[in-house]
Design a protein around this ligand. Structure first.
Ligand code: 5GP
Ligand code: ZN
Length: 109
């Protein structure tokens, strides 16, 4: 499958990995829009929020829980979590991901 995030997950494409477990990987965004800009990506290829199914509930919850844990670890005072959905929603990569943005100034991706 020609998916850049699947290739990052499979280590076929290099990336700056912040955290990884069996379900989720967290990488630095290659083109950061804020001083801290991380992407929290499920290892399962789900194209977008529009493709989430009931069986994915726990996995989607994990994305937010992972964001919270990383923010805690990095002592972030505040942050934004963002999911773009569809081209008109600003989504470029068709593999669901949660943006974690922090620091100032924050320009939304
Ligand atoms: P989207 O617009 O789909 O919500 O966000 C995609 C994000 O992935 C963008 O912020 C973009 O900078 C980032 N991105 C695109 N290609 C790569 C890549 O190859 N490596 C990393 N680390 N980030 C990428
Ligand atoms: Zn993928």
């Amino acid at each position: 499958m020609d998916c850049i995030f699947c290739k990052i997950i499979d280590k076929e494409t290099p990336s700056d990995i912040i955290y990884e477990n069996d379900e989720v990987i967290v990488i630095k965004d290659v083109n950061p829009k804020a001083p801290v800009h991380l992407l929290i990506i499920p290892k399962k290829h789900i194209p977008s929020v529009n493709h989430i199914e009931a069986k994915d509930k726990a996995l989607i919850g994990d994305l937010i829980l992972t964001a919270k844990e990383i923010a805690e670890e990095k002592n972030l005072k505040g942050y934004k979590l963002l999911i773009n959905v569809g081209r008109e929603g600003g989504q470029i990569i068709d593999h669901i991901h949660l943006h974690l943005l922090s620091g100032r100034p924050i320009e939304l991706p």
